[in-house]
Write a protein of this length. Structure first.
Lengths: 365, 175
């Protein structure tokens, strides 16, 4: 077996382990943060600070009976949870976790990129897979053979199609600024500090890192709102609005299949935050403290920085969930089509004009 | 060996998906068969080193178009059993004719190339490194005029769709 194949297999297993462990942490994190914001205690029995509560819940779900509704469309009903889970794992493969590392093994050097696959069309890959994920919700809703899941499924498809458009449009200015569709290149283009040609401003902004969030703050806002809507989190959780639709598209699912939907939702949330950090917050970039800390930290620090940025964004996700009430359905559609898409189009044209002026100068000069 | 496996698995999936589209009784199953075909074609594109085309195929056809298909199937409630009568007269006859033409074209190509095939394209440097740049470079210089005409056509089609769907009489009554 070639060494490249072994590296790829190890990477795939690491992704599986990281995402599963992360989900356990993330659910506990969300419950604790929401509990803190509502002056409750939250889970505190299983393990230290209740950190093993999710593990106990997962075991309970695995042991439960899996019910197949009598009116369900069998093939699609079984397929839907799989379609939910697979894209969420695949999206994580393109997120760069750090710079290339060089490993010496049996007297030869190997360069291992800390990314599952550096695609030259990474942004399109991300958008394509998140549009495939819509099928899971639609099919789950339709195949359950019951009215509440069907309503949830129809709502979900409308919502996800609408917000995907805004999300893609918000990413275009970022691609223009970075000049690449590859996520590795987008992170590399954000290294260094900001600079302007105006001398007084330059002394101020030269301390700010050259992250895309500063020139592209509007795109960041639109992308983040669309990301919340895309993973169906509050205040955009009409897909599974408990008061109206029982559980939405996964009402009829139980046991392990329900756990798969739950897992996919949290992995998608984590992916969205990691991708937002990669596009707008410099990804793994950050001080590695070379010379102060032992050399192993120059490998670990980028991963820690990405983790810190991701969990800050996840905290904002949970914060929004604990604070804002749910939107009504027509308000949701209006926000998507009448506000966010026009704003992102105008912002795209503005960024293109600014970039053109910077590149070619004024048209009459 | 690897190239054969990488060709035949997606190729088999394409054919199975196409058969599901034709023979499944339930419209939702037909739509999902079509999704399977489109995704498998994207995999074939990737083995041919056309990553950009593959991703656009996934995003536009497998993602957007087919989700709208499913949405419409669910919204207007045609997800009942298909009626077996022909909706167009002489449907079977027409389809068999087209099928025969297709088979004869395929047979001609296979015989004229003496049953040889080239399944695997060697990685060309510019094709791997810069498919988007390559496509954009050609599209926005040599083909800019057809590109603009297509964009005007799409805008006209969108405006026409809105004009047809917008019921101005009912809108007045509501207000």
């Amino acid at each position: 077996m070639s060494i490249e194949l072994i590296i790829s297999l190890v990477k795939a297993n690491i992704v599986l382990a990281v995402l599963l462990t992360n989900t356990i942490l993330l659910i506990w994190f969300e419950r604790k943060v929401v509990a803190g914001m509502q002056s409750r205690v939250g889970p505190d029995r299983a393990g230290p600070f209740g950190i093993l509560q999710t593990l106990a819940d997962a075991i309970k779900l695995l042991l439960k009976e899996q019910i197949l509704p009598s009116k369900a469309d069998r093939a699609m009903y079984l397929l839907a949870p799989l379609i939910a889970l697979v894209p969420s794992f695949l999206i994580f493969m393109i997120i760069p976790l750090g710079p290339d590392i060089t490993v010496e093994w049996q007297n030869s050097l190997y360069t291992i990129p800390l990314v599952g696959a550096d695609l030259n069309v990474g942004v399109l890959y991300f958008l394509a897979l998140s549009s495939i994920a819509v099928y899971s919700v639609v099919l789950a809703g339709w195949s359950s053979g019951s009215k509440y899941p069907l309503l949830g499924g129809v709502r979900a498809s409308a919502q996800m199609i609408s917000y995907e458009a805004a999300m893609g449009l918000a990413l275009v200015p970022v691609i223009l600024y970075s000049g690449s569709l590859s996520l590795v290149d987008i992170v590399n283009s954000q290294s260094g500090n900001l600079s302007t040609s105006i001398p007084i401003l330059n002394t101020i902004v030269s301390f700010i890192p050259k992250w895309n969030i500063f020139p592209q703050f509007v795109a960041f806002g639109i992308f983040f709102i669309a990301a919340v809507a895309e993973v169906n989190r509050a205040p955009f959780d009409l897909v599974e609005a408990e008061q109206e639709l029982v559980g939405g598209f996964h009402t009829e699912y139980s046991g392990f299949r329900f756990a798969m939907f739950f897992l996919a939702e949290y992995i998608n949330m984590f992916n969205m935050c990691a991708i937002t950090a990669t596009f707008f917050l410099g990804g793994w970039l950050g001080p590695t403290f070379e010379g102060i800390l032992p050399p192993i930290f120059s490998v670990i620090m980028p991963i820690i920085w990405l983790g810190v940025k991701t969990f800050l964004l996840l905290f904002v996700f949970v914060w929004i969930r604990a604070t804002l009430p749910r939107l009504r359905y027509d308000q949701l559609m209006e926000l998507g089509w009448k506000r966010m898409i026009p704003i992102s189009l105008v912002w795209l044209i503005l960024s293109a004009i600014v970039l053109g002026l910077r590149e070619f100068g004024l048209p009459w000069s | 060996m690897v190239d054969l496996i990488l060709f035949f698995i997606p190729a088999a999936l394409i054919i199975i998906g196409a058969l599901i589209v034709v023979f499944a009784k339930n419209p939702v199953h037909n739509a999902m068969g079509l999704v399977m075909t489109l995704v498998s074609i994207a995999i074939i594109y990737i083995t041919l080193n056309a990553t950009f085309v593959a991703m656009v195929q996934m995003l536009v056809y497998a993602g957007a178009v087919m989700t709208l298909f499913l949405f419409v199937i669910m919204m207007i409630g045609v997800d009942k059993k298909e009626q077996s009568s022909e909706s167009i007269k002489g449907q079977t006859f027409l389809v068999s004719g087209v099928f025969l033409i297709l088979i004869s074209i395929l047979g001609y190509v296979a015989i004229s190339s003496e049953f040889k095939w080239d399944l695997w394209f060697e990685a060309v440097e510019f094709a791997v490194e810069g498919t988007p740049q390559l496509i954009a470079g050609t599209l926005f210089t040599a083909w800019i005029f057809p590109f603009e005409i297509i964009s005007i056509l799409l805008i006209v089609a969108t405006a026409a769709a809105i004009a047809l769907a917008y019921d101005s009489k009912r809108r007045k009554n509501d207000v």
